[in-house]
Design a protein. Structure first.
Length: 374
């Protein structure tokens, strides 16, 4: 059991690492957070906070702060081009938060950093992990080149898909990448779907997800074969018009491209070292599950460690969730990128028929909202 005399090194100052640090510091446990980056995220990446994540963030006094800034979106519209083929509605789910909260990752990280600062802990930027063993002995290096040894009771690896923590203790990360790239952008545009709705559009050219953000902007996530490094308004507008039939992009606040992978760490723990979030599992952004699953990992681990639970129970609790998320997002991505006419017809027919049944709608809503993982 961790106590006020214990020390925890959290490697990674993103939402997952910050959540772990806030939960531990709030229990009076000594925490140090390091990150190799120069500063926190200054662009919006993850943008969805699902109902289950809002529930667990109550425990660290963050939920109300997120909702003060977020757009509340209770509906999902599944479309084939410009035509709606099925809808999901979170408003009937049994939770205090029957909606997704749309907010930029930059804002989410700011909220978590502010909460951590209230507990007396600041993120140490420009500080990288140079070496680590499974007993919790680490070597860290600052931007000035100063190297120091750190001995921690627990090390939490929250440093993403290319985790230095995972590599240092020799945990394999098997899986594969998808052939297509993804475009990610925050834009101002004219869009025909109401702002209380996330649209998931299937088209022969690929998948396009559009969701409302604060300040009258939209998040766009779309597959693409060979997108530019920073897609501009013309590129994004053309992409959406080819797939959804109607869109006029007037401004791009930020854009980028990335490749996605489908991977799961062979173990979540080696000695005193634990993996959370993208260091433990990565998958398609379809459904917006990534950051949510990571935050829930972090809070589950912090609770087990602070309460004196069995450390191995963390993996038993959270690994099955990651497997379910990987299966769900992989199926969504592969279904969305079907490009043969006959296969598209079958896909649309199955989606329409399945979501016409209330039990099926409820089950899928529970999976996407992550309320099924309570």
């Amino acid at each position: 059991m961790l106590t006020s005399a214990s020390s925890v090194l959290v490697v990674g100052g993103g939402p997952t690492g910050l959540s772990a640090a806030v939960a531990l510091a709030g229990r009076g446990i000594g925490v140090r957070v390091i990150d190799a980056a120069a500063q926190g995220a200054n662009t919006s990446r993850a943008a969805v906070v699902h109902p289950r994540t809002l529930e667990v963030l109550e425990d660290i006094d963050v939920t109300r702060r997120i909702l003060d800034r977020a757009v509340r979106v209770p509906r999902f519209d599944i479309r084939d081009g410009s035509r709606s083929i099925a809808r999901l509605d979170f408003s009937s789910l049994k939770t205090d938060y029957p909606f997704t909260a749309m907010i930029s990752q930059a804002d989410t990280e700011t909220i978590l950093r502010d909460r951590l600062a209230e507990l007396g802990v600041e993120v140490e930027w420009n500080t990288r992990l140079e070496g680590l063993d499974a007993d919790g002995r680490a070597q860290v290096v600052t931007a000035t080149g100063r190297s120091s040894s750190v001995r921690s009771d627990v090390v939490v690896g929250a440093d993403g898909m290319h985790s230095a923590v995972r590599d240092a203790v020799g945990i394999a990360f098997p899986g594969t990448g998808y052939e297509q790239s993804f475009v990610l952008a925050d834009v101002a545009m004219e869009w025909p779907v109401p702002r209380d709705t996330v649209s998931l559009t299937f088209a022969p050219e690929g998948l396009a997800v559009v969701a409302p953000l604060p300040d009258d902007r939209f998040r766009v996530v779309a597959t693409a074969d060979d997108p530019p490094t920073e897609p501009d308004s013309d590129y994004i507008g053309s992409l959406l018009r080819r797939r959804a039939g109607s869109a006029h992009v007037s401004d791009v606040a930020w854009s980028g491209r990335f490749r996605i992978h489908h991977r799961l760490a062979e173990t979540y723990r080696r000695g005193a070292v634990f993996l959370v979030g993208d260091a433990a599992h990565v998958h398609s952004p379809a459904g917006g599950q990534g950051m949510n699953t990571g935050i829930q990992d972090a809070l589950a681990l912090a609770g087990i460690l602070a309460d004196g639970g069995d450390p191995d129970s963390y993996e038993r609790l959270r690994r099955p969730v990651a497997r379910r998320v990987l299966r769900l997002t992989d199926r969504m991505t592969r279904a969305a990128t079907v490009d043969l006419g006959g296969a598209r017809f079958v896909r649309n027919t199955l989606i329409r028929a399945g979501l016409a049944l209330p039990p099926v709608r409820h089950r899928i809503s529970m999976e996407i909202s992550e309320l099924a993982y309570r």
